[in-house]
Design a protein around this ligand. Structure first.
Ligand SMILES: Nc1nc2c(ncn2[C@@H]2O[C@H](COP(=O)(O)OP(=O)(O)O)[C@@H](O)[C@H]2O)c(=O)[nH]1
Ligand SMILES: [Mg+2]
Length: 342
């Protein structure tokens, strides 16, 4: 069984080596551990630090594409290189690397496909009370949207089985953490959480630099992900609000009308019919979105089978290459193998 530990990096030259040094070299039940970094257009010498340390793979994106795209590019490379389990951790050594063992154990034992590390949010000293409350609120919304019981949704310390990684899709550009939980929950991919430890802060968070920006982007991401899986419900709620508002105003008009003063309330009649129409139209849009979402499920299924063929073939070739004793060139760019001059 092969484990690849991936680290998304954006200008992480200062802390990456500390994070890499802490990574486990062996884990019971795992035959081989490899290390991969995703360099997302860093302006510093992140790549040099990683190469000097001896990571097996560097996914080198020339321009910054954001954490979500970087994460997916990493998964792609891990799958092509034959990972049976993929662990994601941070370059700022935020997570206690010894707990990677706890993350992978339920997958090795075949109990689940995704394991998410639960940080001790309330005991994290360098977080403000507001940030702690927002983390809890965000996780609660994700639990509702995904119908799961994951206590710490924004945690980036996770393990995925090969099967689960092949099914994942991220369309937003901000973060993969929330969307993947909604997708896994709604698609009924087995998922569980284990408590993990965190380390002292080496640098401030890059993703949580503005409170307002973080909340806005997170809420939009969750709403969008939820709408992809339950569009009819969302549009029905919005449509009902318009319709009921119009209906109430219409009743009010009828009361006036039957009391003989209907002529003075024409505006109410227009507003009532406009709102009711709007509500009805919104419901129809919901039906259309529901059909699109059914198509998405079919597309996801097709995508899974195409990925399986593609990735399994690459992984098999890789195994043969490794087995033949030749030293394979392991540096990769965007998931594809790239030859480097010596
Ligand atoms: N690929 C990629 N990774 C990023 C980007 N921004 C941050 N990261 C990485 O994502 C991880 C989490 O970032 P961090 O600032 O620690 O956020 P936090 O853990 O949520 O507070 C780190 O390993 C960063 O290097 C980005 O734009 N692209
Ligand atoms: Mg971090």
């Amino acid at each position: 069984m092969k484990l690849i530990i991936q680290i998304p990096c954006y200008n992480e030259a200062e802390t990456l080596e500390i994070a890499l040094n802490d990574l486990p070299k062996q884990i019971e039940g795992i035959d081989e551990i490899e290390y991969l970094i995703i360099n997302d257009g860093s302006k510093d010498n992140t790549v040099e630090v990683a190469r000097r340390w001896g990571v097996h793979y560097v996914v080198d994106l020339k321009r910054n594409k954001g954490l979500a795209k970087g994460f997916m590019a990493g998964l792609d490379a891990c799958l092509r290189n034959g990972a049976d389990i993929i662990v994601n951790t941070d370059a700022d050594n935020q997570y206690c690397a010894d707990d990677i063992e706890k993350l992978v154990r339920p997958i090795i034992e075949g109990k689940t496909d995704i394991v998410i590390g639960e940080r001790p949010v309330d005991d994290t000293e360098h977080w403000s009370p507001l940030k702690k409350r927002l983390q809890h609120l965000g996780s609660w919304v994700v639990r509702k949207a995904s119908r799961s019981d994951i206590p710490d949704a924004p945690s980036g310390f996770r393990a995925y089985s090969r099967e689960a990684a092949m099914r994942l899709n991220v369309v937003n550009e901000y973060t993969y953490t929330l969307e993947t939980i909604v997708q896994a929950g709604r698609s009924k991919i087995p998922m569980e959480s284990v408590p993990i430890r965190t380390n002292a802060e080496l640098r401030p968070s890059r993703l949580f630099n503005s409170m307002f920006g973080y909340v806005k982007k997170s809420m939009l991401t969750i709403l969008r992900a939820f709408m992809m899986y339950r569009p009819l419900m969302v549009f029905s709620i919005i449509g009902s609000i318009f319709f009921l508002l119009g209906f109430g105003i219409g009743i009010r008009f009828l009361v006036f009308y039957f009391n003989g003063s209907g002529a003075g309330h024409m505006q109410s009649l227009i507003l009532a019919s406009t709102l009711m129409l709007l509500g009805f139209q919104t419901f129809i849009v919901g039906l259309e979105a529901d059909i699109i979402s059914a198509n998405r499920k079919i597309l996801e299924d097709v995508q899974y089978h195409v990925r399986k063929l593609d990735y399994d073939k690459d992984a098999e070739n890789k195994r043969k290459e490794d087995g033949s004793g030749s030293q394979p060139e392991k540096q990769v760019v965007s998931g594809k193998k790239k030859k480097h001059g010596k």
